[in-house]
Design a protein around this ligand. Structure first.
Ligand SMILES: NCc1[nH]cc(CCC(=O)O)c1CC(=O)O
Length: 309
């Protein structure tokens, strides 16, 4: 057995990021018959973890989750980087490739602090900094007050306990991975659409690193990749980032994908929803869905999106 690690796997330092990195390491080791020491976890601080007092959309968007890990990857300080695909920008540097998407976890959001959306008290403060969650909530419950809340999962749960908000949302996937499976109530993803690429872990590498690309191909989960790529393609077509209220849900069955998506006005008053079924690999279908959503949206919603790049 070689003593030096074969692979340096970069990750953010939050507890959820570390759990996801451990899952990535376990899958790599299982697929290749390695001992755990063959993959060294390399925690890297992301800008997004440093600025916690303002919404992500205001301070630079999803790049704040990827900038440092991208740099470490391109410099060769790490060989792979693990990400929540929900946090990864649609347009990636050409030098970086998504080598594997792991089997996706539960795509649903969970509501904390109330037994259901209808049970949130009139006028209650609901904490979320995600434009999608804010708009989707106000669409259903225009009476509540949305307040900003940021930080990692534990921080947000603590802020809820401290009374900063009466209720909040968290991704089921993150809670489950942290062992918090009894927290909150699951919102049916058919009725409360999740974020594009929610619950998916992706592992990136250098585009020209064929050795690592081959290692990652062995743990890639094809149906999860097909869904995540379709949802990312929709985002690309909408020209949306983390500042745009976009929700999407896709399901694969056989070789077919069913993709549903909604866009909202920031205040939730407008909701445009549409869906499409297509064969895996049909890159045009999610773009066509994006065009239809934009065409059906009133001008004040359309202007929240920059349009296809
Ligand atoms: N935006 C932060 C973020 N990025 C990924 C997850 C959860 C895990 C996932 O969706 O894969 C979360 C926390 C949340 O939204 O509750």
């Amino acid at each position: 057995m070689p003593t030096s690690p074969l692979i340096r796997l970069g990750t953010r330092r939050s507890p959820l990021a570390m759990v996801q990195a451990q899952e990535a390491r376990a899958r790599l080791c299982a697929a290749h018959g390695w001992g755990e020491s063959q993959v060294e976890l390399v925690p890297v601080v992301a800008s997004g973890d440093k600025v916690l007092d303002r919404p992500l959309a205001e301070i630079g968007g999803k790049a704040l989750w990827t900038r440092e890990l991208d740099q470490w990857l391109v410099d060769g300080r790490i060989d792979m980087a693990v990400h929540s695909m929900k946090d990864v920008e649609t347009l990636r540097p050409v030098a970086i490739a998504i080598g594997a998407i792991l089997p996706r976890a539960d795509k649903a959001d969970r509501l904390l602090g109330a037994a259901s959306l209808a049970d949130i008290p009139q006028g209650a403060k609901v904490g979320t900094s995600a434009p999608r969650r804010a708009a989707q909530l106000l669409n259903l419950r225009p009476d509540v007050e949305v307040v900003g809340i940021r930080g990692n999962v534990a921080t947000r749960m603590a802020k809820l306990d401290a009374g900063e908000a009466d209720a909040t949302f968290l991704a089921s996937a993150g809670l489950d991975r942290l062992g918090e499976d009894a927290v909150g109530v699951r919102l049916d993803p058919e009725l409360w659409l999740p974020a594009p690429a929610q619950a998916a872990i992706g592992i990136e590498c250098r585009s020209d690193d064929t050795r690592v690309l081959d290692l990652l191909a062995a743990i890639d989960h094809a149906p999860s990749r097909a869904e995540v790529m379709a949802e990312r393609r929709l985002l690309e077509g909408l020209g949306g980032g983390c500042s745009s209220p976009i929700a999407a849900l896709s399901e694969t069955s056989g070789g077919e994908i069913h993709l549903r998506a909604a866009i909202f006005s920031a205040d939730g008053a407008v909701r445009v929803v549409d869906e499409v079924r297509f064969e895996t690999g049909d890159d045009a279908a999610p773009l066509a869905l994006a065009s239809r959503l934009l065409a059906a949206a009133p001008p004040e919603v359309r202007k929240l999106f920059e349009g296809p790049a």
